[in-house]
Design a protein around this ligand. Structure first.
Ligand SMILES: Cc1cc2nc3c(=O)[nH]c(=O)nc-3n(C[C@H](O)[C@H](O)[C@H](O)COP(=O)(O)OP(=O)(O)OC[C@H]3O[C@@H](n4cnc5c(N)ncnc54)[C@H](O)[C@@H]3O)c2cc1C
Length: 392
């Protein structure tokens, strides 16, 4: 039997996250978007009330929430402002490879840093010449005695300017393609340089940076998992984070839908509210259906993980459909607003700009389709991660 009922704890958590988004995020979201303001005080408040680091295990100070609960938080953050939400949620992306592959000491030190103080970590996979095709990365990690020396650069790194540590993917066997990648924890103070903060179309309150490593040394125990198994770790990480990012896409779409539905009841043309015109009603109906379907895919992809099952296909379905739906819903919301939708004084153009990134990061919509096609045409065992790339 399928039961879509949330537990009382999940309902309370969702309400708490919604109230936070409503009171702390929404009132400043459009101003922060305009000025591309880094939301430091919101990061601190969200950390204080327990809305960050949802997936971190209790033994390292985290709440160890189930995946579905994490998705409930992410939808509300996306509803409030997905730029600020991305800043709050990116720790999960950096921490997951540490949870999966870190030694006890590394987990204590680096996960503990995130739960003891409102600190940030980044996931550094993408490079200027290696986005979807992760196997083409050029960053090198060379073992020298009891340390690794890392050199290279990573682009588009969320929270890159503010992180205290990074999960960095680098080639330990440069001739082995995706089979020559290893993952490391690299503390900022080891010498990570922030070269540039990007000026973006949307999610402008989030920080996206180009960072580089010039012979940065880390102790050998900062290797996560086994040498040359970093690609698998990245894929396992993205299976776990895509439900959340898809939930954030649902949140953006829901915000756009609500604005459009309200506006359609107020705006009068041809003597009636435009909601009385069937063309508008059909647009509103399609928006509602897309959001409902996207949310169900998100829940399924999260619950499979909570049940200890593989969710690669479900998480790519969720990411692809929720991202594309968020974009379509936001574009339709602008249409419902007419010319006003194009004006910055009105709320929906920001949502349209924000929604676009959902089809790009954590694997583009094309890459999700490649994963889906491979999964449905050639189902494979969990031990063999896809060669299809994916960045975060
Ligand atoms: C705001 C923002 C935040 C980000 N945050 C992070 C982060 O925190 N950490 C991180 O590591 N990365 C991050 N990224 C990087 C992001 O994951 C990549 O931009 C994304 O994976 C795509 O890579 P690319 O930009 O190099 O595009 P490319 O890989 O060059 O793709 C260009 C186009 O070609 C398509 N394409 C590529 N290969 C194929 C194929 N085989 N079949 C069909 N179509 C294909 C793509 O879908 C896309 O439409 C972020 C990016 C942005 C913009």
């Amino acid at each position: 039997m399928v039961d879509f009922t949330l537990t009382d704890e999940q309902k309370d958590l969702r309400e708490m996250a919604h109230n936070f988004a409503d009171k702390e995020i929404r009132p400043v979201a459009w101003e922060y978007d305009r000025d591309s303001t880094w939301p430091q005080e919101i990061v601190e408040k969200a950390w204080e009330v327990g809305l960050m680091n949802a997936e971190l295990p209790e033994e390292y100070g985290g709440p160890e929430l189930d995946m579905l609960s994490g998705c409930l938080i992410e939808e509300e953050m996306g509803w409030g402002c997905s730029g600020i939400g991305t800043s709050l949620m990116a720790n999960g992306l950096a921490a997951t490879p540490v949870i999966l592959g870190g030694s006890e000491e590394i987990k204590k030190k680096y996960l503990g840093m995130l739960t003891e103080e409102p600190k940030l970590a980044s996931f550094a996979l993408t490079e200027p010449d290696a986005g979807s095709d992760v196997g083409g990365m050029k960053t090198r990690a060379v073992k020298q005695g009891d340390k690794y020396v890392i050199s290279g650069s990573k682009c588009f790194i969320t929270n890159g300017s503010h992180a205290d540590w990074y999960t960095v993917y680098a080639k330990t066997d440069p001739d082995a393609g995706h089979r020559g990648i290893s993952a490391f924890v690299v503390p900022k103070e080891a010498g990570v340089v922030v070269d540039k903060k990007e000026d973006k179309l949307g999610q402008r309150a989030s920080d996206t940076a180009l960072i580089s490593f010039d012979e940065v040394e880390v102790p050998a125990d900062h290797l996560l998992g086994e040498e040359n198994k970093g690609f698998k770790l990245a894929m396992m990480t993205l299976d776990r984070t895509r439900p959340g990012v898809s939930a954030m896409a649902v949140g953006i779409g829901r915000a756009a839908f609500e604005f459009a539905a309200d506006y359609s009841k107020e705006r009068v043309q041809f003597g009636v509210p435009i909601a009385m015109h069937q063309a508008i009603q059909f647009m509103i109906a399609d928006m509602a259906t897309k959001l409902e379907a996207a949310r169900l895919l998100v829940y399924k992809s999260a619950v499979l993980l909570d049940q200890g099952q593989r969710n690669t296909l479900a998480s790519s379905h969720a990411k692809r459909f929720a991202a594309d739906s968020a974009m379509e819903v936001a574009v339709d919301a602008v249409q419902v607003y007419g010319g006003y939708g194009f004006i910055k004084e009105y709320p929906v153009e920001k949502l349209m700009r924000d929604a676009k990134i959902m089809q790009l990061y954590e694997g583009t919509s094309q890459i999700q389709r490649l994963v889906i096609a491979r999964e449905v045409l050639m189902p494979r065992r969990i031990e063999e991660p896809s060669k299809v790339g994916v960045a975060a």
